[in-house]
Design a protein around this ligand. Structure first.
Ligand SMILES: NC(=O)c1ccc[n+]([C@@H]2O[C@H](COP(=O)([O-])OP(=O)(O)OC[C@H]3O[C@@H](n4cnc5c(N)ncnc54)[C@H](OP(=O)(O)O)[C@@H]3O)[C@@H](O)[C@H]2O)c1
Length: 215
C-alpha cells in the first residue's frame, strides 16, 4: 500500500504552524517567513525556485525528501488561499500559473468548484469529503505512488487523528509565535503509535520524524 507522508511541516516552539492574520500578502500571518527560513536556505529550495546555490547539509537532506515518490497531495482550504478565496470564482491558488506540486492536488473545502488544470502537471481538484474519502481519491490519482498531506495544521491534525499518516516530518523552529493555528491541539499520546526521533542541526532547528509503528 502506498504511504501517506508529511514533509517540512514547520512549527514554532509553542507549536504554531501559522500565525494570526492570514492574507494574500501574508500567507503565514504575523509569522511572516520565519517558520521556513531554514528551508529557504537549502539547495532543495533554491532548485525549486529555479536558482543556483543553497546549503547541502543536514537541513537539505531532510528537505529534499519532499518530492520523490509522491503522486498526489491533499491540502486544506487555508493553505490553498487566504480567507475568502472561495468568493472569487477566478482564484487559482497561492502559487501562480505553474504551482510547485506537479501532481494532482486535492483541496479540501466545504465550497468545492470544478477542477483546474495548471501548467507543469498540477491539477487542483476540490473536495468536500472526510479525510478517508479524500485519501481514497488521492491514492487512485497517485497511481501507486505515495500521497503527501501538505497542510495546513487543521488538515494535518485531522489526518493524524484519523490514523491515516504513515510518516510525518515536523521541523521545530526556535521562535515563539504566541498566536495562530497550533498543530498539536487535541492530539494526545502520539508516542504510542509512532516512533519519534529528533535531530537538531547547526541552523538551530530540530527535525522530528514520526514513523507509524506496526505498519
Ligand atoms: N507550517 C507549515 O509548514 C505550513 C504548511 C502548509 C500550510 N501552512 C499554513 O497553514 C495555514 C492554513 O492552515 P489552517 O489550519 O488554517 O487551514 P487548512 O488546514 O489549510 O484548511 C482548513 C480548512 O479546509 C477546509 N476543510 C478541512 N477539512 C475539510 C473536510 N474534511 N471537508 C471539507 N473541507 C475541509 C475547511 O475550510 P472551508 O470550510 O473554508 O472550506 C477548513 O477550515 C496557512 O497560513 C498556510 O500558509 C503552514
Amino acid at each position: 500500500m502506498s504511504q501517506v507522508r508529511i514533509h517540512n511541516f514547520s512549527i514554532s516552539l509553542d507549536g504554531f504552524a501559522t500565525g494570526e492574520g492570514q492574507a494574500a500578502d501574508a500567507p503565514f500571518g504575523h509569522a511572516g517567513e520565519r517558520l521556513h527560513e531554514w528551508m529557504f536556505a537549502t539547495r532543495f529550495w533554491h532548485e525549486m525556485v529555479g536558482g543556483p546555490g543553497g546549503s547541502a547539509g543536514a537541513d537539505n537532506a531532510f528537505a529534499e525528501r519532499y518530492g520523490p515518490g509522491i503522486g498526489a497531495e491533499i491540502m486544506g482550504a487555508g493553505k490553498f488561499g487566504p480567507p475568502g478565496w472561495q468568493d472569487d470564482p477566478g482564484y487559482q491558488g497561492a502559487w501562480g500559473p505553474n504551482p510547485p506540486f506537479h501532481t494532482p492536488v486535492f483541496v479540501l473545502t466545504h465550497r468545492p468548484r470544478p477542477s483546474m488544470r495548471m501548467e507543469g502537471g498540477t491539477t487542483f481538484h476540490f473536495l468536500d469529503a472526510t479525510p478517508g474519502e479524500a485519501l481514497e481519491q488521492a491514492r487512485k490519482a497517485a497511481d501507486g505512488q505515495d500521497v503527501r498531506i501538505g497542510g495546513g495544521p487543521t488538515v494535518v491534525r485531522d489526518f493524524v487523528t484519523a490514523g491515516l499518516v504513515d510518516c510525518m516530518h515536523v521541523v521545530q523552529v526556535p521562535i515563539v509565535l504566541g498566536r495562530g493555528v497550533r498543530l498539536w491541539d487535541g492530539l494526545e499520546s502520539l508516542e504510542e503509535s509512532y516512533d519519534i526521533e529528533a535531530v537538531s542541526t547547526p541552523s538551530g532547528v530540530t527535525h522530528l520524524t514520526f514513523t507509524a509503528k506496526n505498519r
